[in-house]
Design a protein around this ligand. Structure first.
Ligand SMILES: Cc1cc2nc3c(=O)[nH]c(=O)nc-3n(C[C@H](O)[C@H](O)[C@H](O)COP(=O)(O)O)c2cc1C
Length: 398
């Protein structure tokens, strides 16, 4: 089974990741993983740091001649901030004790909507800096890198993941049917074709007119000193039926996917397929009729895919459709009030350089975090320690 850990602070020297459980014989290159790191850095509404912080992953174990060996894969991403502001961060975030610790300014104004206040309460700090450093979404770049290896495993089996934006602020698709018309067409030749098409839009939206409205919405709230979140959808193609299980709560694939999405910074909800819309409709407009279809391996098809490719906690063989909602960025130019943790007096919140809307970039994180879950569901079925063992077993699942 694949598992991963990330480590590192936002303004420390580097982020580190370890992925364990990748089978041997999988092709992995820094370029292939960095593709999604670059995608995570693109999108309208991004903040200043993205302009100069180009992420390039560096592997230091687990690979030989560009292939996995079955041993843990270790990787790192340098934090350019550390080098760029060498007079500041190596002191502020010094890993070893320093003589003049008192000269490093303490951050005492917790930002509403961040981990700041609860973080200092939990870990008994008198300075918010350690909380900011680890709870920051900078960590998602290492998640994209770690999960990128699982994405390459899936791709080698023909399983592709792609995401696109559905809603930013007040602007979004009119209906589930409208989403399906546009997204299903974009995903016809796979999840990667979908993300490539979505990446043509500044906000990763497949609908050109909506793209323009979403960009205007971001401009408006930037001027207003506020921020925006939104809703996205992830589409996974190429999965066989029967991954996951209905027999035990923690083996249900929809539950596992939801956990992966919800563990990502700023995500506040997940739905599979039609999700919340299903609560507003009668059963005949929610469920998917089963059809006889000789073109589909196994001979069974579905007339629609409102279930989002999962029934009873198992894949149906149709594309898996997951929607997620991201809250607006908490850091705002015109911030909400706060209370100084040192003086206990109300004070204006301090502004740190920030995105206005990170949703287009968060789509890439969401695409990535579900990859190990899906890879594990496949490995549970196929077993196997090497790609040569797994590939034919995977083909037999169809
Ligand atoms: C890709 C991505 C980029 C983000 N960028 C910012 C940012 O620039 N400024 C900010 O205040 N929050 C940003 N966030 C959101 C915060 O990380 C998040 O609101 C915070 O960690 C608290 O989230 P939680 O309440 O879900 O734990 C970003 C989130 C993601 C996923």
């Amino acid at each position: 089974m694949i598992r991963y850990l990330t480590a590192g602070e936002s303004h420390g020297p580097e982020l580190t990741g370890i992925v364990e459980g990748l089978p041997a014989g999988l092709d992995i290159s820094a370029e292939a993983v960095s593709l999604h790191l670059a995608r995570r850095q693109q999108g309208y509404g991004r903040g200043g740091r993205m302009a100069w912080e180009k992420d390039l992953v560096r592997f230091s174990s687990g690979l030989r001649f560009g292939k996995t060996m079955g041993s843990p894969v270790t990787m790192s991403l340098a934090n350019r901030a550390w080098e760029k502001d060498a007079a500041n961060w190596p002191v502020t975030m010094s890993l070893s004790a320093i003589e003049d610790e008192a000269s490093v300014e303490k951050i005492t104004l917790p930002r509403p909507g961040h981990a700041d206040l609860v973080g200092v309460q939990k870990y008994a700090f008198d300075d918010i800096r350690p909380v900011i450093e680890r709870s920051s979404a900078r960590e998602t770049s290492m998640r994209v890198a770690c999960c990128g290896t699982a994405r390459l495993f899936l791709k080698a089996l023909g399983v592709e993941i792609g995401g696109h934006v559905l809603q930013i602020g007040a602007h979004g698709y009119e209906s589930w049917e409208e989403i399906r018309e546009i997204a299903d067409e974009a995903a016809q030749s796979g999840g990667e074709a979908l993300f490539q098409k979505a990446d043509e839009s500044e906000v990763r939206c497949l609908h050109p007119e909506l793209t323009a409205r979403m960009v205007d919405e971001i401009k408006h709230y930037r001027k207003a000193g506020s921020s925006l979140g939104g809703i996205y959808e992830i589409v996974v193609t190429g999965l066989p039926p029967g991954l996951g299980s209905y027999v035990q709560w923690d083996r249900k694939l929809d539950g596992q996917l939801a956990q992966a999405i919800m563990s990502t910074q700023a995500m506040k909800g997940v739905q599979i397929g039609m999700g919340f819309e299903a609560g507003k409709r009668d059963g005949r407009r929610v469920h998917d009729a089963i059809t006889k279809d000789q073109n589909i391996p196994g001979g069974f098809g579905r007339k629609t895919n409102r279930a989002g490719g999962i029934e009873g906690g198992m894949t149906t063989g149709q594309p898996v459709l997951i929607q997620g909602v991201m809250k607006p960025i908490p850091t705002m130019l015109d911030p909400l009030g706060t209370v100084d943790i040192a003086t206990k007096e109300p004070a204006p919140t301090r502004y740190e350089r920030s995105d206005v809307c990170a949703l287009p970039r968060a789509v890439v994180v969401a695409e990535s975090v579900i990859a190990p879950v899906l890879a594990n569901a496949i490995l549970e079925k196929t077993g196997g320690d090497s790609m040569s063992e797994i590939l034919p077993r995977f083909q037999n699942l169809f």
